[in-house]
Write a protein that binds this ligand. Structure first.
Ligand code: AMP
Ligand code: MN
Ligand code: MN
Length: 332
């Protein structure tokens, strides 16, 4: 058994009060991991609060348990004084936002599957072998003797499904399928997970059309990129939550190796998503730009004028694309 895993389980067993924290701009894996750990730890009698320092996208309301995840302000109001902090799916301290303030003099447990993790905890169980952090939470809960019911199984399944693109991406390996099978046998319902995304607002289709209007190709159609400005969102009566799957749509275009989507979620603040098909290492590009992620899916956040950021990001992407392509050809 992995030593970090055992240390983390031992710390969780010992603690009475636990703060479970996810990352800013939460995705399905993060929400799933935070809820699965929180509900699991409560089942074995721990006093647990869950926090994410970001607005939770509206579609997660499909699961009413999501209201258990509190804002930073709410956690402060509760005057919660946890023994330990469990951080899930976050690769660096900035990814937890203001919850970093809870790190002082406390044991910090980091559980994550990003190769770009900076190992900022007291104990770090970081393993890129897992397609999702939700699978790591499943192992922690199992080791702690948590009994799964249908709801917990469904919530836990949600993270595995979303981080693997509903079992379509290259990270959908044997461990992913066997963990999903285990959760389905414990009562997890895939159709409830699918409802997260088969629940679109008409405005999202209009937003998609704006995104397609802004789309451009580079390097003979090997790179595609697009963006949405704050005005584009407002004009379509949308927020950044509504463009969740857009970068995946871009990557699905025939012949594309690298897809880039830039989202101006606040005026002057841009989140950049990178997705690749076969070989381009997105995480290297994202780390270079101050972010992180996985080889096939990574991101970063930049501040400044959208047009300038688009230009800079595309320039760096093209440079790195050409150099990665060349070194790949040399190795071959
Ligand atoms: P996204 O494009 O936001 O869906 O993110 C793709 C992957 O990159 C996810 O695994 C994220 O956790 C990671 N990621 C996105 N943005 C950042 C960032 N600013 N810093 C570190 N990792 C990030
Ligand atoms: Mn995540
Ligand atoms: Mn993840």
């Amino acid at each position: 058994m992995n030593r970090d895993f055992l240390n983390i389980v031992a710390e969780l067993n010992k603690a009475k009060k636990i703060l479970v924290v996810g990352h800013i701009m939460p995705d399905g894996d993060d929400v799933s991991s935070v809820l699965s750990a929180t509900l699991g730890l409560r089942k074995i009698g721990k006093e647990v609060l869950a926090g994410i320092d970001w607005r939770i996208p509206w579609y997660f309301q499909e699961f009413e348990e999501v209201n258990e995840i509190l804002s930073y302000e709410k956690i402060m109001e509760a005057n919660f004084n946890p023994d330990i902090v469990l951080i899930l799916d976050a690769s660096s301290p900035d990814r937890v936002g203001r919850f970093q303030e809870f790190f002082d003099n406390r044991t910090v447990l980091v559980v994550d599957h990003h190769g770009t993790n900076t190992l900022f905890g007291t104990y770090n169980w970081v393993d890129t072998k897992y397609g999702s952090t939700a699978q790591m939470v499943l192992r922690i809960n199992t080791e702690l003797g948590v009994e799964y019911d249908e709801r917990l199984a469904t919530l836990n399944l949600m993270g595995i499904a979303t981080d693997t693109g509903f079992f379509r991406y290259s990270n959908a390996d044997e461990i992913v399928f066997s963990d999903a099978t285990k959760l389905v046998s414990l009562g997890g319902k895939m159709y409830l997970v699918s409802r997260l995304f088969e629940n679109k607002r008409v405005e999202q289709f209009k937003l998609l059309s704006t995104m397609i209007e802004n789309m451009k190709m580079e390097l003979d159609g090997q790179i595609v990129y697009s963006y949405l400005s704050k005005e584009d969102y407002e004009k379509n009566n949308c927020s950044e939550d509504d463009s969740g799957g857009f970068v995946g749509e871009l990557r699905s275009i025939r012949g594309i190796e690298l897809a880039i989507f830039l989202s101006e979620y606040e005026k002057g603040e841009v989140h950049v998503s990178f997705r690749s098909r076969d070989w381009f290492d997105c995480s290297r590009l994202a780390v270079f730009l101050g972010g992180g992620g996985h080889p096939r899916a990574a991101g970063c956040t930049l501040k400044g004028n959208l047009n300038v950021i688009v230009e800079e990001v595309i320039r760096e992407a093209k440079n790195m694309f050409v150099s990665q392509r060349e070194s790949r050809l040399l190795i071959k």
